[in-house]
Design a protein. Structure first.
Length: 109
């Protein structure tokens, strides 16, 4: 099976085995570090934009996102488009925060 036919997951497992056997080159290690840093920075930028949008909604409705989500999840707010967007943005922010943590970026969120 050629490298092109392997799934990304299979290729990553292959790299993990290479690394665990002590055969990874310094270039490979730097490349992986750069890829992880790039992914973390991209997620941080997306998170910053979403947080900006969340602050706008919090200001507009004079309600924190945490409080809004409690109300939203219990059905105590309507289903107007702003509320659907707000809930989606809050969930996206949670996902991006988890992504940054998973990528090992230790900077404060």
């Amino acid at each position: 099976m050629s490298q092109q036919q392997k799934t990304t997951s299979e290729r990553l497992i292959q790299l993990a085995h290479l690394y665990e056997s002590g055969q990874a080159s310094p270039l490979l290690e730097r490349t992986i570090d750069k890829a992880l840093a790039y992914e973390a920075e991209t997620a941080r930028q997306q998170l910053a934009q979403i947080r900006h949008d969340l602050r706008d909604l919090e200001s507009q409705y004079e309600l924190s996102t945490d409080e809004f989500m409690r109300l939203f999840l219990t059905g105590k707010v309507g289903d107007q488009m702003d509320f659907i967007d707000w809930a989606s943005l809050a969930q996206m922010a949670e996902g991006l925060e988890a992504r940054v943590r998973l990528l090992g970026d230790n900077q404060p969120l």
